[in-house]
Ligand binder design. Sequence first.
Ligand SMILES: NC(=O)c1ccc[n+]([C@@H]2O[C@H](COP(=O)([O-])OP(=O)(O)OC[C@H]3O[C@@H](n4cnc5c(N)ncnc54)[C@H](OP(=O)(O)O)[C@@H]3O)[C@@H](O)[C@H]2O)c1
Length: 200
Amino acid sequence: MKILLVGGTGTIGKRIAWRLQDKHEIITAGTKSGDVQFDMTTIRSIEELFEKIGKVDAIVIAAGGAPMAPVKDLSEEHFYQGFRSKMMGQINLALIGQKFLNSGGSITLTSGILAEDPIHMGAVLSTVNGAVNGFVIGAAGEMFQQGVRINVISPGIVEDSMDAIGGYFPGHNPVPMDKVVNAYIKSIEGIITGQIIKVY
Ligand SMILES: NC(=O)c1ccc[n+]([C@@H]2O[C@H](COP(=O)([O-])OP(=O)(O)OC[C@H]3O[C@@H](n4cnc5c(N)ncnc54)[C@H](OP(=O)(O)O)[C@@H]3O)[C@@H](O)[C@H]2O)c1
């Protein structure tokens, strides 16, 4: 398969790339890193990315963020930052990318445990993760009719992020990297669609 892996140099993405690279043709993409550069927060940049790489068999996104701040300090702009990046970045990649998928292709997005298991200062991420999950539930049926599968991986905090951000997740169990990567493999190589694949 020819696979576009957005965020393929990141903490989760590079592990996905390592597992897939012997079996598939992987194109990694990021703003500064990867095989191709683009910005998922801009529609024109997403269109240019697909015009450059052409049709693919799978689109995988392990990228997109949202600001963390106490609820008492949150403004509308904090939410719009999360919407532009992790929410609409992924949704726009799916909407534009569906036209660049070969028959039987798949789309795999990333949300996260905060959709249902909150942490201090995580309200924007909880909101955005829930929206990404909702998009997959809402879009999967019609995409299925077009021969496209779509799933979302919802990981808990992953082992490789514990040093950097583990302090924000008291009492959470770090998820082994192999377990997280397996969820992406299931979505890419398997037959499921419309699933929120929780890896906690
Ligand atoms: N790490 C965790 O424990 C964890 C748990 C649950 C959910 N998640 C979610 O999983 C996703 C990946 O997390 P991560 O920890 O692997 O992130 P990460 O280490 O920060 O890596 C982010 C990746 O995305 C790329 N990227 C960032 N902004 C981009 C943009 N605007 N356009 C295109 N590419 C962009 C980066 O490349 P450049 O630097 O070149 O832009 C990098 O390859 C995120 O959505 C995160 O919320 C992570």
